[in-house]
Write a protein that binds this ligand. Structure first.
Ligand code: 26M
Length: 823
């Protein structure tokens, strides 16, 4: 395969070295004698970039020539992580690059570490987008990502005195080899202004939008290589720049200072990623970001379509656009505006094109995460769009009234406009009405949206407007790159690396599930990965952990619904048990290292309290000589994609313990199992499908089911529910001040006990959770049985490749085909 499709010219170590030296001397204007690690990383990345660009150009030319239907994935987040290792693996040049740089006295691992993460996302949604564009390229689908080029990614997290402190992530300090600025394609985007009626020569009445401020959108292209193919797709990220003409006007009036101030205003649009995960804030700058990105992307898409000189009716035969959550929903309105106001199409004709073009993916049912923009905010910033939203709503409600005459409750329930004070635009409803397909991201989630938040729309539309595409992860980054040892062992058993393009082939491992020699090799790799993580922990926090201990991991955004609080309470409970035990009894305990990581939204007080509690527990437990290696508690600072690549392969068990019905899918659950870690989880999100695939003997499930949650919450409000007695013991020691001033934790504890609502059912699930933990300890004691579970689980993870997910989108939603490779 590689011979046939190999990319780029450097075939040998020597040829790579020639390119490397050229970049050191010309691109970086330095000499080899003055080349430090950073410069070496930069030169190597430039050499690899050149190879990428050659293939990228070939791919784009081929697509222009053949003009197939394309998918545009609109996402306000792409959590890409580092590019170099991935590019080397996909281009199949890692070995020779490593040999090449070592000839100059560098270690490739050290150079890889020099690259900052492209951390342009919050968590699951952004990382999903990154996995999806990897799969689009790998499967030879013509597909582009469109996003924003934030100058500051998700903040860097420091832990100071146990608390999270945020620091800016300026990731563009050094030239970024992985992006190509396209200053020549800058696009003007308008804000504010007013609308005006006008009558054309034929007496037709139009409304136009004018008189607003202009900001320029400059695209930066990021090549996205596929694995085992020469196909390289494009991720286009927009950066905001002041509009030149606008500046000159002010400048000529002599208002130089004001002109510069406005220039800075324009640049703020793409300056920073909002660090909220699953939480909506109605900030105007966020709305500006959304429109800026949507308008630039659509202008680009429409321009490309118009070059083909096809009739408008063919628009959706050529173009599919996926809305990654409601963040790009204004695209529905913007396309309707372009078609009607600018291209002169009739409303109905335009609307048909719009609705057959868009698909909408929902990622959450949490009410606090659903976007609702104040009508006045939209009306001021985008006056024409507000008019169009009202028209879309009018026609929609007229249709509903015709089909369900007299049902006024229904009309007010499904109206795009919520008649609250102030009035708000419900973005999810607009996205549903403007799309031909709506999907959830795991089976349970897709059922829940049909029966709860969107149930009226199921009645209004055909049931098959709503569908499911269970999430997936790319096995290239999350197995091959993150866990090269395991990937190699699997390749040895399966006779090659084909499983990386066809993850179902992992099934072939099942026949080794009872092979004791294989168990040894398997566990040895886990041990080596735990040692790698232990080194990271030691270097960051100074805590020494024993790799014989069970590594128990929960890394993800800190959120009450994800229940890190329940996990740390159970750790405290374990500590109390250890303390109460005699030295003899203690020896029977399974050694554990309880590892946490994740960021809290900066303004999320409860989440920040949970981080503080975890760190405070660590400070007590880790320094208790009586306990020693029996229990360690670690909080890994600044969890990000690169750290996930070290952490994920090192878990024995990981936690996916959201209150049932709250985690739409989860994707780290898939990463952990693919790397041979078992999981402890609730019957929620993709855990359910993971269980179905790997078998219920190979997962530790616990807790109440989604269908019971409503009743339980009701009983909290009206019944007298006692706190679980074991949890009460935990609360008692926290309140005794063992982990510092108890006042710090009082709001957290009172949200659960003390007549708090315990909205996330921490107390209701606590007994079952402790029981599951015991099952884990018991199972881990038999290492062969454990290895057998782990191997069986990995063998059955094929379904969770993002390649499978992307093929489902392609077939059921986008109607796109792969573009075959040239020979
Ligand atoms: C909204 C408004 C303002 C600023 C930020 C936001 C916002 C940003 C990210 C809201 C939600 C965001 O992400 C939600 C998310 O990551 N959801 C997760 O999506 C994953 C991929 O489908 C799922 O696996 C997770 O279960 C789901 O929580």
């Amino acid at each position: 395969l590689w011979k046939k499709y190999a990319i780029g010219e450097f075939q040998t170590k020597e040829e790579f070295q020639g390119e490397f030296v050229r970049h050191v001397e010309t691109t970086l204007a330095r000499s080899l004698y003055n080349c430090d690690e950073l410069a070496a990383y930069q030169a190597a990345s430039q050499a690899i970039r050149d190879r990428l660009i050659v293939a990228w150009n070939k791919t784009q030319q081929k697509h222009t020539l053949r003009d197939p239907k394309r998918i545009y994935y609109l996402s306000l987040e792409f959590l890409m992580g580092r590019a170099m290792d991935n590019a080397m693996l996909n281009l199949n040049v890692k070995q020779l690059t490593g040999d090449g740089v070592s000839g100059f006295g560098f270690r490739l691992e050290d150079l890889i570490e020099k690259e900052p993460d492209a951390a342009l996302g919050n968590g699951g949604l952004g990382r999903l987008a990154a996995c999806f564009i990897d799969s689009l390229s790998t499967l030879n689908y013509p597909g582009w990502g469109y996003g924003l080029r934030y100058q500051y990614g998700i903040f860097k997290q420091k832990i100071i005195d146990g608390y999270q402190v945020e620091q800016p992530d300026y990731w563009l300090t050094f030239d970024n080899a992985w992006e190509i600025p396209r200053t020549e394609i800058a696009i003007d985007v308008m804000f504010y202004g007013y609308t005006r009626k006008f009558t054309d020569d034929e007496g037709k009445v139009h409304r136009i939008w004018e008189g607003g401020d202009l900001v320029q959108a400059v695209p930066y292209d990021f090549p996205v290589p596929g694995y085992g193919t020469e196909n390289v797709n494009n991720l286009r990220l927009w950066s905001s720049k002041p509009n030149r003409e606008f500046d000159f006007a002010k400048f000529n009036e002599g208002a130089y200072d004001q002109s510069v101030a406005e220039q800075q205003q324009a640049e703020t649009i793409s300056a920073v990623l909002y660090p909220n995960d699953n939480f909506y804030l109605g900030k105007e700058l966020r709305l500006k970001q959304q429109y800026f990105w949507v308008a630039a992307s659509l202008s680009d898409i429409v321009r490309r379509f118009k070059k083909s000189r096809r009739p408008w009716i063919e628009f959706s035969d050529q173009i599919a656009i996926q809305l990654n959550d409601t963040h790009p929903t204004l695209a529905v309105v913007e396309l309707q505006r372009i078609l009607v106001d600018r291209e002169g199409l009739d409303w109905d004709e335009a609307w048909e094109i719009v609705t057959s073009t868009f698909g909408y993916t929902n990622h959450t049912v949490l009410p606090e995460a659903l976007e609702k923009w104040q009508v006045d905010l939209i009306g001021n910033l985008l006056p024409r769009h507000l008019e169009i939203i009202y028209d879309i709503n009018l026609y929609f409600l007229q249709d509903v009234e015709k089909r369900f005459p007299g049902d006024h409750d229904l009309l007010s329930r499904v109206s795009i406009i919520e008649e609250s004070n102030p009035r708000q635009v419900r973005m999810a409803y607009l996205a549903i009405i403007g799309s031909h397909k709506v999907n959830g991201v795991a089976e349970l989630h897709s059922e829940l949206i049909k029966t709860t938040i969107f149930k009226d729309f199921v009645k209004i539309y055909n049931e098959d407007k709503f569908t499911n595409v269970t999430n997936g992860i790319t096995p290239r980054r999350w197995l091959h790159q993150a866990n090269p040892k395991l990937s190699k062992l699997i390749a040895e058993k399966l006779g090659g690396y084909d499983f990386l393009n066809n993850l179902g082939l992992l099934k072939g491992l099942e026949k080794y599930a009872n092979d004791k020699t294989f168990h040894k090799e398997w566990l040895e790799i886990k041990r080596a990965n735990k040692a790698r993580l232990a080194a990271l922990i030691k270097s960051q926090s100074g805590v020494e952990v024993d790799t014989n201990a069970l590594f128990d991991i929960q890394v993800k955004r800190i959120h009450e619904y994800k229940r890190q609080q329940m996990n740390i309470f159970s750790v405290i409970y374990r500590y109390l048990q250890l303390k109460a035990a005699s030295p003899e009894e203690r020896k029977k305990f399974q050694k554990r290292v309880s590892i946490f990581g994740g960021k809290s939204a900066p303004g999320y007080y409860m989440a920040k309290t949970i981080i503080k509690l975890i760190n405070a527990v660590g400070a007590v437990v880790n320094n208790d000589a009586e306990i020693g290696d029996l229990l360690k508690v670690v909080f890994i600072e600044d969890y990000n994609v690169s750290k996930a690549e070290i952490i994920t392969p090192a878990s024995d068990i990981s936690h996916h313990i959201s209150t049932a019905g709250t985690e739409a899918s989860g994707t780290s659950n898939m990463k952990f199992v693919l790397n041979g870690g078992l999981i402890i989880g609730t019957v929620d999100g993709a855990n359910i499908e993971i269980t179905r695939e790997i078998g219920e003997n190979n997962i530790f499930l616990f807790g109440h089911l989604a269908e019971d949650v409503e009743d339980l919450r009701h009983s909290h409000r009206f019944g007298h529910t006692e706190l679980n007695p074991d949890l009460q013991k935990v609360f008692d020691v926290i309140e005794s001040g063992l982990f510092g001033d108890a006042n710090i934790y009082s709001n957290l504890l009172n949200s659960i006990g003390n007549h708090g609502s315990d909205y996330y059912l921490v107390s209701d699930d606590f007994a079952s959770f402790l029981n599951a933990q015991q099952q884990v300890d018991k199972a881990y004691a038999d290492q062969d049985a454990w290895a057998q579970k782990s191997i069986t689980a990995v063998a059955n993870m094929g379904f969770f490749s993002s390649d499978r997910a992307i093929n489902e989108y392609a077939e059921n939603i986008w109607q796109i085909e792969p573009v075959p490779l040239d020979n």
